[in-house]
Design a protein around this ligand. Sequence first.
Ligand code: SDX
Length: 430
Amino acid sequence: MSEKAILKVKGKEIELDVIEGTEQEVAVDISKLRGQSGVITIDPGYKNTGATKSAITFLNGELGILRYRGYTIEELAEKASFLEVAWLLIGGELPTKRQLNKLEKDIKNNQIVHERMKKIVEEFPSTAHPMGVLASMVSALTAFHPTTLNPNNDNKEDYLNMVKLLAKLPTLAAWTFRKNIGRPINYPNPKLDYTSNFLYMMNSCPNSDYKADPIVAKALNVLLILHADHEQNCSTSTVRIVGSSNASMYASVSAGIGALWGPLHGGANQAVIEMLEAIKADGGDAGKYIAKAKDKEDPFRLMGFGHRVYKNFDPRATILKKYADDVLKALGIQDPILEIAKSLEETALNDQYFIDRKLFPNVDFYSGIIYRALGIPTDMFTVMFALGRLPGWIAQWKEMRANHEPIGRPRQVYTGYTERGFVEMDGRKE
Ligand code: SDX
């Protein structure tokens, strides 16, 4: 017998079920509330509202815990490959050697994108933001893979659709970058692993024998793993709600890319670097920018700080802070903005404003510094986030479909005019 919650409202008492997850999270189930009482709840930004039950990712914001299917992010970042983590998130278990070999082979066999899509990407102006191009190209994939349009939740078909998307997104991302800098569009190299092929796709030139630095490829593997899923964040919730209308996996992921683009979400990694560059150009005075972030009259926010869930450290930021040091040292790079970032963090973590609001560095605070060291241009940082988050989006989309969740359609409380009569033109006032 589940525990009950009693809601007293408008002279009525409503009994609601209380549910508890495997990590002792507790929720009041209001799925029948309106039917029982005519009353709804309201929660702008869904800060206190769960959209679903999920078995994919667990995070504890107070303790700074992040696990994919029960495995800690620390272990996965150190011991797994990105495709192993993709399989884990989507399939629920770590792949066997046979399963991983098959996934890697299927991915290599699907990295080529239809020739006609080259023409589409080449038609974008070189000033187009890569996230806008990527969202458009993922949506365009449905035109070349029409079987993805009518998902019948058949696992075999879903597997093929997933493999095609995991295989082609790096190709599309690299094409977006190359077109913007006037580099000829190239083709994947099936002899290379996932991250080395992406770096090859980004950096190879007709007259150069480009080989990805293994340090860079390994760092990229860790970055993609750290971004692979994060339960019901803004872009994942977008993918789920678009998919809940029975829209295809590709249409849902294209919408997720749009949501991720926002500077309050995945776009923060680009905004962090732009902020650090601005602080450097302004003499490197971290204190001045901390003051701006605290000033309610100033719209400036300390990008890369704060998080809806983590009210303690973001475990990904902890791993990335150490990684930033290691990668820059290994590549022999002295990046002054890393020192500015550290002094900003130091100052903020000792400032009462940030302490009171539990504002700590999040995943975006250090990721941009590493991407920059890896030679990734700033306007491609959020594209890197999307490449990492893709398996999470796919896993969450599949879970929503497998659970036959209803179409997402929130209610509202209306606060506009009550009924009023039509006003003829000559009766209207400026
Ligand atoms: C990601 O959800 C996820 O899981 C996201 C993500 C993932 O993996 O998918 O983790 C990835 O999106 C990380 C977040 C990246 N965004 C940024 O770094 C942008 C800067 N951070 C903020 O804008 C903000 O912290 C959010 C958007 C991340 C969270 O905002 P909330 O939870 O809505 O909190 P809030 O805006 O209500 O802020 C609470 C208070 C406010 O002050 P008061 O009104 O109480 O006085 O904290 C202040 C805010 O002004 N505040 C900040 C701040 N973040 C919050 N003040 C200065 N600088 C900041 N960065």
